[in-house]
Each structure stands twice: as structure tokens, then as C-alpha cells.
Write a protein that binds this ligand. Structure first.
Ligand SMILES: [Zn+2]
Length: 104
């Protein structure tokens, strides 16, 4: 019998996700020191945004998570991040390339 196809997070998704998110959060947030990568605001409690929404097949991997302020995170919702971002007044090419590099 092989258990290769069983992932730990399928056994206990909540517990595993929390632990995983905690370490991810540290790694991601430490790079940008609380700056929202979309609008550039420095926020006390940045959230982790799924650049490609989970509903569109995005993963919990570090490459799909960036710092975002709560406002951007909520506003962006399930839209395509690029379309959403380019329509915003705070759109900035520098940050766009940071995001694009990050998610490669
Ligand atoms: Zn923001």
C-alpha cells in the first residue's frame, strides 16, 4: 500500500494550514516590511493576498502570496489581479514588476 498520494494537509487541513500560513506569513511579510505591494501603503497589519485567487486555481505557495493592506485584499477579491491593479489610481509599474517577479 502506498501513501504517496496522501498529503498531510488533507488529513488535518485546519491545523496544517495554520502552521503553514504562519511560517509563510513570516517569510513574505519580512521582505516588504508591512508595505502593501499593490498600493504601497505601509500598514500595521498587512494581510497575505492570494495573487491568483484560490477559486481560480491559485495555491497557498509563497509565490502566490504577497503583502496587501486589508483594503486592497478585500477590493481585489476574485478579480484578475492584473486587470484590477491596472485599473487603480495607485497603479505603479515598479510595484507591478516586483509582483510579477515574486509570482514567477
Ligand atoms: Zn493596499
Amino acid at each position: 500500500m502506498s501513501f504517496d498520494f496522501i498529503h498531510f494537509d488533507e488529513l488535518d487541513p485546519k491545523r496544517c494550514e495554520r502552521k503553514y500560513k504562519k511560517s509563510l506569513r513570516k517569510a513574505v511579510l519580512s521582505r516588504y516590511q508591512g508595505q502593501c505591494l499593490y498600493c504601497g501603503a505601509i500598514v500595521d497589519k498587512p494581510t497575505l493576498d492570494h495573487v491568483i485567487p484560490k477559486s481560480k486555481g491559485g495555491t497557498h505557495s509563497e509565490n502566490n502570496l504577497i503583502n496587501a493592506c486589508q483594503q486592497c485584499n478585500v477590493q481585489k477579491s476574485d478579480e484578475s489581479w492584473l486587470t484590477w491593479y491596472q485599473s487603480k489610481p495607485f497603479y505603479c509599474e515598479d510595484r507591478l514588476s516586483v509582483i510579477q517577479e515574486w509570482i514567477v
